[in-house]
Design a protein around this ligand. Structure first.
Ligand SMILES: C[S@@+](CC[C@H](N)C(=O)[O-])C[C@H]1O[C@@H](n2cnc3c(N)ncnc32)[C@H](O)[C@@H]1O
Length: 320
């Protein structure tokens, strides 16, 4: 089953209505004709502010009330026991305080079907966007460069590692956090689909995000991908990996490059951003030497972004 077919199946189960949306009208032939440079020439300038937004740790607050299974027990008074005296109102020293206003019930967690429903629309909208046409042209150039000598041998890209995408169901229900996760996932999956067209075997997708809730994991695994706990995905990064991590913390990037291999394709915060950040003290495990080297030795493109958006702000695309 393809990614989109699975999303469509999940959508049928969700409560969202799809009748108002039309199918894509984008013509792929235009995309085929564009080189990334031509496509970028038609692209707007990225003017988003450089705020790298912290992902929210969604907490599970769904709790079942305890079940009563024991039968009621009738407590009998002791034979010969004296009845206790009833205290006079003046003798009552402690009055139990009961708040009259109760805290609001937390928002229920989204089901994986509801997340899949939201993703279906974001994926389709992103696929029709001008930014995606530019991205597709860039990925075609990556494929031309990377797959040219691989006709008989093994695929140059075998794994795709996605780090720190954020929760699709953040604790505060913020749409801007959800939107980032959905658009970044759509871009990641579309890049994988594009590269896979030239591969002999499917690309294995691995996700690592400590902020994932149960429903996030259920959604990603329902798409046929693997979710691992940190630091498992770091060990998976090698020279046959497409590494994708947008707006990650310095130490997360450092750990992703700790194996010493340059990934076949890297999408993440570029050296132009990191070189502007001054650190008084840099622990060895936080070094970003790999990104600095890629800046000098690799091909680099700015990740295409619509004007006024900051979903991919400061993000670059590197390959050798
Ligand atoms: C600044 S947020 C970026 C979230 C999202 N990609 C965005 O652009 O808004 C950094 C993300 O990295 C995640 N993160 C932290 N430690 C991580 C780890 N060891 N592996 C993968 N992701 C991690 C956080 O949970 C958080 O969602």
């Amino acid at each position: 089953m393809t990614e989109i077919a699975m999303l469509e199946a999940a959508l049928k189960e969700s409560t969202l209505e799809e009748s108002t949306l039309e199918e894509s009208t984008l013509e792929d032939s235009t995309v085929e004709a564009l080189t990334p440079v031509e496509a970028l020439a038609t692209e707007g300038t990225n003017t988003g502010e450089g705020t790298l937004v912290d992902g929210l740790l969604a907490e599970s607050f769904h709790q079942e009330p305890p079940k009563r299974e024991e039968p009621w027990v009738l407590v009998k008074s002791r034979k010969g026991g004296r009845p206790k005296p009833v205290p006079k109102p003046a003798d009552v020293k402690t009055i139990k305080f009961e708040p009259t206003i109760k805290a609001m019930d937390p928002l229920p967690l989204l089901s994986k079907e509801a997340i899949a429903g939201q993703h279906f629309y974001t994926y389709r909208e992103y696929k029709q966007s001008r930014e995606y046409r530019v991205l597709k042209a860039i990925i075609k150039e990556f494929v031309r460069d990377t797959f040219k000598d691989s006709a008989s041998g093994e695929d140059p890209v075998r794994k795709a590692v996605c780090l720190g995408i954020g929760s699709f169901d953040p604790e505060n229900g913020s749409w801007s956090v959800k939107e980032k996760a959905h658009v970044q996932l759509a871009a990641f999956l579309l890049i994988v689909e594009e590269i896979e067209k030239f591969c002999k075997k499917p690309i294995k997708c691995i996700f690592q995000e400590p902020a994932f809730e149960v429903s996030d994991i259920a959604f990603i695994t329902s798409l046929g991908h693997e979710v691992v706990e940190s630091p498992v995905a770091f060990d998976a990064v090698d020279s046959h990996t497409f590494l994708f991590g947008v707006h990650l913390y310095r130490d997360v990037y450092a750990h992703a490059f700790k194996n010493g291999d340059f990934p076949a394709l890297f999408i993440g915060t570029g050296w132009d951003v990191w070189s502007d950040v001054n650190y008084r003290w840099e622990p060895e495990e936080c070094t970003l030497d790999a990104i600095e080297i890629m800046e000098k030795t690799h091909k680099k493109f700015a990740f295409p972004e619509a004007k006024g958006k900051n979903i991919f702000y400061g993000t670059s695309i590197y390959w050798d």
